[in-house]
Design a binder for this molecule. Structure first.
Ligand SMILES: Nc1ncnc2c1ncn2[C@@H]1O[C@H](COP(=O)(O)OP(=O)(O)O)[C@@H](O)[C@H]1O
Ligand SMILES: [Mg+2]
Length: 383
């Protein structure tokens, strides 16, 4: 011992010891305890009681591994901690620990060996409950990830908008020219058939650019009063064509539907998206039905749960359905399970975005091998 650490002769060691013990007892944010060389608890302070929930008598004499979660005990972590402290003079770690009631908390742990005359007499162990800090850190990480993700989406949005806009102009020229060709007198049947095929492909391209545009600009809605039954009846041929010949198409409109405020073009695009999805889910044919009904209910994301009248359009199919992990992600922009060229992953994101921007909401129910129903619900106009 150097001169500086020599204890002055006049210090009352017993008194100092009591002071120290009082000090340790009054610390409640840290669990401080003494272990014997094998790891049994010899004594502990009030912080130990506060953090872990045991009474003094319940824990003194017990092995300290009971504070560890079973996985860590299995890995021999408690004894490894003691060995490291003995060998290296200190052990520091962070991990999950157990309270008496079985709940877990995030702990920061320091273990120091105590030597007396060159012999190991035990360990001092200090544990701090850092659950709050740990969870705040996780939340921060999540928030950062979400921010990066939204910046990425914004950048993709800008790029998409520029491309889709130019592409849309090109398609307009293609479609107009095809129209003109088909109207020219003297065109033979084979030519008309080719024109028709080209027209259908151009229509698909136009739908795609509409999806891209509405994704990119978050949609500029031009809402007007409409009866959804009328809009649906008006486009029935379009939906039937989209279904193709192997799929039965049923329109089941409820009587006396009130009007809603809606952008007719976006509504049609969303119906086209849903019908196209249903058709893709039924490669061997099946049945698609579009129905309307009036519902008095609360929007699923309304925190106050206030009910109001909605005109709901359901698009149902008995196709392949979605497994749970697809249901989870289906409405994310660019999420698709289809091969390149078949899917853009923008259909459902348009439908759900359109519904909520129109003051309503959309819901998705799907079961693997059974089918899918999507509802688009728009609020009835309050007079
Ligand atoms: N009616 C449906 N039946 C089964 N799966 C569907 C249906 N509608 C959507 N999905 C699933 O959700 C995914 C995302 O759909 P969507 O956003 O329209 O993008 P895309 O159709 O371009 O893939 C699809 O790839 C598909 O896996
Ligand atoms: Mg789609």
């Amino acid at each position: 011992m150097t001169e500086a650490f020599r204890i002055p002769a006049e210090v009352d060691l017993v008194f100092e010891g009591r002071q120290l013990s009082l000090l340790i007892q009054s610390v409640t944010d840290y669990a401080i305890y003494m272990l014997d060389p094998e790891g049994h608890v010899r004594s502990w302070n009030a912080g130990g009681h506060r953090i872990k929930g045991y009474q003094h008598d319940e824990i003194v004499g017990q092995h300290f591994s009971r504070f560890y979660v079973p996985e860590d005990v299995e890995r021999g972590l408690p004894m490894k901690g003691l060995e490291t402290a003995r060998r290296e003079g200190k052990y520091e770690a962070e991990g999950w620990r157990l309270r008496k009631d079985g709940s877990r908390f995030r702990a920061s742990v320091v273990i120091d060996p105590i030597w007396q005359h060159g012999e190991l007499v035990g360990y001092a162990k200090v544990t701090r409950d850092i659950t709050e800090r740990y969870e705040a850190g996780l939340r921060l990480q999540d928030a950062q990830k979400a921010l990066v993700q939204s910046q990425k989406i914004e950048a993709i949005g800008k790029l998409t908008f520029g491309l889709a806009h130019d592409f849309n102009n090109l398609l307009t020229v293609v479609i107009n020219s095809l129209d003109l060709i088909s109207m020219r007198p003297g065109a033979d049947a084979r030519t008309l058939q080719l024109v028709d095929t080209a027209m259908r492909a151009a229509d698909r391209g136009a739908l795609l650019t509409r999806q891209l545009l509405s994704f990119a600009r978050g949609q500029n809605l031009v809402a007007e009063r409409h009866n959804l039954n009328n809009l649906l009846s008006h486009s029935i041929e379009l939906y039937r064509r989209t279904c193709g010949p192997t799929v039965e198409f049923v329109l089941d409109l409820g009587a006396d539907m009130p009007e809603v405020l809606v952008d007719a073009a976006q509504f049609e695009a969303s119906m086209m998206n849903l019908v196209a999805n249903s058709r893709d889910a039924m490669p061997r044919g099946g049945r698609i039905s579009i129905s309307t009904h009036l519902a008095n209910r609360a929007a699923p994301d309304d925190p106050n749960g206030i009910s109001r009248d909605y005109v709901c359009v359901g698009v149902a199919d008995n196709g392949v359905g979605m497994p749970a992990d697809v249901v989870e992600r289906a409405i994310e922009p660019f999420y698709t399970t289809k091969e390149v060229g078949k899917g853009s992953g923008l259909g459902l994101s348009q439908v759900f975005g359109f519904a909520s921007q129109s003051g309503g909401f959309a819901t998705l129910e799907s079961r693997e091998n059974e089918g899918t129903v999507i509802h688009v619900c728009l609020p009835r106009i309050q007079d």
